[in-house]
Design a protein around this ligand. Structure first.
Ligand code: SF4
Length: 388
């Protein structure tokens, strides 16, 4: 596998406060021992490097939590260790997620010097009332300021918005999205608000403190998003991601195209050499595991070819380019990975489109993503007979 591409995900699990819609692995702590965490992440990285020597490192992604709260020297130490452990691609993409608070904005220049070359900014909204509802710790004004500084500091900047909030209409979302598209960004992540179990929003909905936007209204906003982003030359390339051609997130494409990636830090998932890895979620448990075992892994499972093919199909169908079903079947030694009759039916109903052996969701199909994925996976994919 020497020379094969590899992506690295680094999870920083801490946030200043917990947003009410968030089900990510994020934790609020009174104090964080930065030295201890730097050493822990470096040890976790060294474990992956031992198992994957000689690989070409195509991207690093610092996610969270709030990785813009990391000291830039910690970010630099991890980038340096990764570059020394693998062979960095000449065009390596190094992304860091940031919140637009002034403390974090002040670090952008240092993060760039540390080696970060792409910033993903969690703006979430341009409206102060919506930001308050989402429990965000920044104002719309701070968001604009952070974007301006980010665009001056980094060659590639993406930002996130959350829409389909209670009360959102086509008129209000079209005004916000129009504003977003006028800000010169070449990559956008546009997520619909979903109420995840276990979050504060889930309890609030349970107590009828607010009602989520209904599914038809949310679907209309999704279609509007599609039309406006395409017209602006920033079309969707994944269910919630939009980019000018060539500006797609290379790191996330590795996930969706089912490439190998190491995931280090609390709760990080990874996929290497046919195995799925999961790290301890709780920061304190992660540190104990690391002290004991030299890595933070809580689960490591070798996937069967059927499981791997199924994952590759599910991940790939999130992309507009879709998947080559035959190529996936061949990659995992299977005769087929889809139920052809069901695929034909979904093509007929306008949810899927077929081009040769490639399958992709249509705009209508993307609205029913989970349902379609369940429909087309073959009931019993067959494994090629192996000559003994
Ligand atoms: S800042 Fe991001 S990771 Fe942290 S609680 Fe809010 S949504 Fe979750």
């Amino acid at each position: 596998m020497t020379g094969e591409p590899l992506a690295l995900y680094v999870h920083w699990p801490f946030c200043v406060s917990k947003c009410p819609y968030c089900d990510f692995n994020s934790h609020v702590r009174a104090s964080i021992d930065e030295d201890r965490w730097r050493n822990a992440l470096l040890t976790d990285l060294a474990h992956e490097a031992r198992l994957l020597s000689g690989r070409t490192l195509t991207s690093i992604f610092f996610g969270g939590g709030t990785p813009s709260l990391m000291a830039p020297t910690t970010v630099e130490a991890i980038i340096d260790a990764a570059a020394a452990s693998w062979v960095p691609a000449t065009d390596i993409e190094i992304t860091l997620e940031a919140n637009p608070n002034s403390v974090e904005t002040a670090r952008f220049a240092d993060l760039r010097h540390a080696g970060v070359n792409r910033l993903s900014l969690g703006l979430q909204s341009f409206n102060d009332e919506a930001l308050r509802f989402l429990g965000r710790a920044h104002s719309a004004r701070e968001g604009f300021r952070a974007l301006e500084i980010a665009q001056r500091s980094f060659r590639r900047v993406s930002f996130d918005l959350i829409y389909a909030l209670p009360g959102d209409t086509e008129a209000s979302w079209s005004a916000s999205l129009g504003q977003a598209l006028s800000l010169g960004t070449r990559h956008l992540s546009l997520y619909q608000l979903t109420i995840e179990p276990g979050t504060r929003f889930a309890s609030m909905v349970g107590r009828r403190e607010f009602e989520p936007l209904d599914a038809d209204a949310a679907a209309a906003l999704y279609e509007l998003t599609d039309a406006m982003t395409s017209a602006a030359g920033t079309p969707g390339y994944e269910v919630s991601n939009y980019a000018r051609p060539g500006q797609e997130s290379r790191h996330n494409l590795t996930y969706w195209r089912y490439g190998d990636y190491s995931g280090i830090g609390p709760g990080a998932h990874g996929r290497r050499l046919g195995a799925r890895t999961v790290r301890h979620r709780k920061p304190e448990n992660f540190l104990s595991a690391l002290a004991q075992n030299g890595h933070g892994i809580v689960e490591e499972e070798q996937l069967s070819s059927v499981e791997a093919a199924d994952e590759a199909l599910v991940m790939g169908l999130r992309l507009r380019e879709g998947v080559d079903a035959r190529a996936i079947a061949e990659r995992f030694g299977l005769t087929s990975i889809i139920d052809s009759m069901r695929v034909e039916r979904l093509v007929g109903s306008g949810h899927l489109e077929l081009s040769g052996t490639r399958i992709a969701l249509t705009a209508r199909g993307r609205l029913l993503l989970d349902h379609i994925l369940g429909e087309i996976a073959a009931a019993e994919p067959r494994v090629h007979a192996v000559a003994s």
